[in-house]
Design a binder for this molecule. Structure first.
Ligand code: ACM
Ligand code: ZN
Length: 548
């Protein structure tokens, strides 16, 4: 009875601007595939509502907790949660409540449905991950209220959604600049808010090694620290300030768990055989010349890389991977493979001996040193396979004769991704145009913080189509998903990192979720303005260009 009165009141509330905000709105980012609004009375969400989850299901119980936290954060309403016994009659017990359920009839692993009637709200997923994604949609539908209302009305609706891509990622470079565990968690929160499920964690670089390896303590005693950083773009002026830090294995486990609770998989990257000065400064015997080496103060690509001729190099990498895979349950391990100069290998007797021993001979556009990286990568991939893991590498691997089983991350444009798919590799599309969020986001640089260059507007990100026209349907199946990358040469602080990813992440989310014919930039901009209220609620630093 009380509910009917509230529903009737909805009409008068709608005519009163001030209270209008107490009604949910399903115009969210990413837009669900189907949103069928009904003229019937909606659901009245007030503090007598409980969130119910299947008894004995810890994942669903955690989902219920997330939903009640989000409802509180958005509306101030405090909702309890309770288990729904398996034998309980849902129609009876669920009456007046929000019910989280698993529904095996949903096809997609991350698919979900939301049903809102005047009787109850049901959020169903094939898996708890799907339910969590439905919860994110519900969360973003709620109004941001500074004062606790009597109730929030959820208009009656039937929503069904599933993501276009299974791999929906963002990368954070914690090696050029170190970011705290708290900020890494915040970044994972951003992924969850945007319906993303892969956190690619770039952990090693010329400028710092960030992953604790018990067998090689110098990696974090020496390799994690640089005694200064160039000012600006290799200006010749060094700030002389010690910069560094690393993640202990316990902290890595903590982050893996934090992400897993939010259905985000952490994919760690140990970049090899180039971008290795952090390791070489710690263990110079791993390089061709034997050093000495220094953790770099400068940005760029450096000639000193791992020596491919020494068996110790392989032992080192295998030992590091042993400790890595014991912590990161991800099926994929990223081994980098980008920007590895051949200078030292061309001069190193041990590397040249390896080339001879392996019978590597230059061929169509591939030098023998290119093939040496291929030899290295295939050997590392075999090792990862023995550990039950798959390999991802940057698209330079396409020039090294690596096996078709390696997954290629296309970054030097979208063309390498298309080429890789045609060759039968699985592919993640992360082309620098427009998915490098370290690039500028406006052409008016007067008030912009220094960036590496480029120009990738929100609109550019939104317009990106991951499947090249020339790909057949079979080839297109190799495109596993899309990712944007935040490299941090010029991004040293959390608020700056936020500024670079917000709101471009929102545009990426629609690329990852929506079918191409559902995309509409102007309609997205309306949805984005609502999402920004959540950014503001969290006091994240948001680039304002598209909101002006
Ligand atoms: C890269 O940007 N070097 C992968
Ligand atoms: Zn060598």
């Amino acid at each position: 009875m009380e509910k009917t009165i509230f529903s009737l009141c909805l009409t008068c509330m709608l005519s009163m601007g001030a209270v209008m905000a107490q009604v949910a709105n399903y115009d969210v980012v990413p837009l669900p595939q189907t949103v069928n609004l009904s003229a019937k009375p909606g659901f009245v969400l007030n503090e007598s509502v409980s969130i119910m989850y299947p008894e004995g299901n810890a994942d669903m119980q955690r989902n219920a907790r997330f939903l009640s936290d989000y409802v509180k954060e958005m509306t101030q309403l405090v909702l309890g949660s309770q288990p729904l016994p398996a034998k309980a009659k849902l129609a009876k017990v669920g009456q007046g409540n929000v019910v989280l359920t698993l529904d095996a009839s949903i096809q997609n692993e991350e698919g979900y449905t939301i049903s809102v009637t005047d009787k109850n709200v049901t959020i169903s997923g094939k898996t708890p991950a799907g339910v969590f994604l439905g919860i994110q949609t519900m969360r973003k539908s709620l109004p941001v209220l500074n004062e606790k209302p009597q109730a929030v009305t959820l208009p009656a609706v039937s929503i069904a959604d599933e993501p276009r891509y299974a791999y929906r990622g963002m990368m954070l470079d914690c090696a050029r600049h170190f970011f705290t565990v708290d900020f890494v968690k915040e970044y994972i929160d951003l992924l969850a808010l945007h319906g993303m499920n892969r956190f690619h964690w770039h952990l090693t670089e010329d400028q710092g090694w960030r992953f604790e390896v018990k067998k090689y303590p110098k990696l974090t005693q020496i390799g994690a620290w640089r005694s200064g950083t160039t000012v600006g773009k290799n200006s010749g002026v060094d700030d002389g300030v010690l910069h560094g830090g690393f993640y202990t294995q316990d902290e890595c486990r903590e982050i893996v768990k934090y992400a897993a609770d939010r259905y985000v998989t952490v994919i760690p990257e140990i970049d090899m055989p180039g971008h290795m000065l952090g390791a070489l400064a710690s263990y110079p015997e791993l390089g061709c010349t034997g050093g000495p080496y220094e953790v770099s103060h400068l940005w760029g690509i450096f000639p000193d890389v791992l020596c491919m001729g020494k068996e110790n190099t392989f032992k080192f990498i295998e030992d590091v991977l042993d400790e890595l895979v014991a912590i990161f349950p991800s099926e994929y391990i990223h081994i980098g493979g980008d920007e590895c100069p051949r200078t030292r290998w061309a001069e190193c007797p041990l590397c040249q001996q390896r080339i001879k021993d392996e019978g590597l001979v230059a061929q169509e556009g591939k030098s023998k040193e290119d093939l040496l990286q291929g030899y290295f990568t295939r050997r590392i991939e075999k090792y990862l396979h023995e550990k039950g893991k798959k390999l991802i590498g940057w698209d330079e691997l396409l020039n090294c004769n690596v096996d078709q089983s390696s997954t290629i991350m296309s970054w030097r444009g979208a063309e390498p991704g298309a080429k890789a798919a045609k060759l039968g590799h699985d592919v993640i599309m992360s082309p620098n145009k427009p998915m490098y969020f370290d690039h500028y986001q406006t052409d008016n640089l007067a008030h912009e913080p220094l960036a590496i260059g480029g120009l990738e507007t929100v609109k550019d990100v939104y317009a990106f189509e991951p499947v090249a026209k020339e790909l057949s349907a079979d080839d297109a199946r190799h495109i596993l998903g899309v990712q944007a990358n935040l490299w941090t040469e010029y991004v040293a602080y959390p608020h700056h990192a936020e500024y670079m990813v917000l709101p471009r992440m929102a545009a990426l989310a629609e690329v990852q979720w929506l079918q191409p014919d559902s995309k509409d930039y102007d309609a997205f901009m309306v949805r984005l303005k609502r999402l920004k209220e959540i950014y503001d609620l969290h006091q994240w630093t948001v680039a304002q260009h598209v909101f002006k």
